[in-house]
Design a protein around this ligand. Sequence first.
Ligand code: NAP
Length: 279
Amino acid sequence: MNDHPRIPLAGVLGHPIAHSRSPILHGYWLRRYGLKGHYIPIDVAPLDLAEVVRTLPRMGFVGVNVTIPHKEAILQIADIVTDRAALIGAANTLIFRADGKIHADNTDGIGFMANLRQHAPQWQPAAGPAAILGAGGACRAVIAALLEAGVPQIHLANRTRPRAEALRADFGPKVVVFDWTQASGMMEDCATVVNTTSLGMTGKTDLTINLDAINPGALVTDLVYTPLKTAFLTQAEARGCTIVDGLGMLLHQAVPGFERWFGQKPEVDEATRQAVLSA
Ligand code: NAP
């Protein structure tokens, strides 16, 4: 019989995983709050996912984040899936409960909203439609969050139109699909504009889009955070728009997991940003 309290372990499961900034972020918070615990990157091939996830609690893990390519597959393995994770069709945060059940949630939408609230406190989601570029996995969390926040309509354009149509089918008639070639025009009168494509990421081509129709009063944000200020954000800023980069979404989506696993709600502030940027 071992009476020593276990040091909580957490981590992030992905494939590959070396690029993940989550270990830097959680490690920074653990040191900052003087907490006992460890957070490690774990490379898991898709075929091994179920076995690894079932084994982790027996090794002292209290939960994990899940990233590409496991965010959808994990829903089939979890015992309890939150409504928002089910709606989004993906989970990024697992809690290994004391009763042995695996609880799966999606906190990307929380992160997305908290980032905008923090960096654009004057922004009013209900002030007008939102224009969204892209229709991939991250876009589903953004749509769910914006609709919940009271955005009256979503103008959605994706290079592969059927993916956007599928989102309309899932989220209902407030989502209006535009052709990718109409992406510029659909921004007119929108209070919010979001890039959810991977265009603009370091190593990819920039998102080049004509912003003549954009409302200078719009809030413009990009999910891409490497580089921090994408060409798209630079272009929007030149039009007078308020811009918010994507790093805050990454930081804020990590808060619920960290709080649950290590018992302390961590702060997302400039020191946190710098810790992640300078690592
Ligand atoms: P995904 O499921 O692979 O979707 C990629 C999206 O980008 C699709 O809409 C795709 O369009 C579009 N796209 C890719 N190449 C394109 C091109 N050449 N021209 C036009 N559209 C193109 O990826 P995801 O998980 O949604 O992630 C999207 C981006 O968000 C990534 O850069 C990711 O790093 C970032 N992200 C950031 C956070 C954060 O915390 N800030 C969180 C999640 C994701 P098609 O459907 O036509 O392929």
